[in-house]
Design a protein around this ligand. Structure first.
Ligand SMILES: [Zn+2]
Length: 96
């Protein structure tokens, strides 16, 4: 049986993803000259996430593994990774 059928991985979350998306939302409010279509925004998110250290944890009710120190703390480099992602897509959109 595939491991993904044997176990429920929905409670595995990457806090970096949540933080990158929040930061992306903030920066896009003031970003100029950048396409914000579905394709481009997802490209920005993917690019930024590839440049940020992942912060996975297990989010089961009542139990938190992998420590609790990551709470509400911006992982290092998120602001810059998002900034770079926007700049990259601005210079080179995912479509013509
Ligand atoms: Zn676009």
């Amino acid at each position: 049986m595939p491991i993904t059928d044997a176990y429920d991985f929905d409670s595995l979350v990457n806090d970096a993803e949540r933080m990158v998306l929040q930061e992306l939302e903030e920066q896009l409010k003031t970003a100029v000259d950048v396409c914000t279509c579905q394709e481009c925004v997802l490209d920005m998110a993917a690019f930024a996430l590839n440049n940020v250290k992942p912060a996975y944890r297990v989010s089961l009710m009542g139990s938190v593994y992998a420590g609790s120190g990551g709470q509400a703390r911006h992982a290092p480099g998120i602001t810059r990774a998002v900034h770079d992602a926007i700049a990259k897509v601005r210079a080179n959109p995912s479509h013509d």
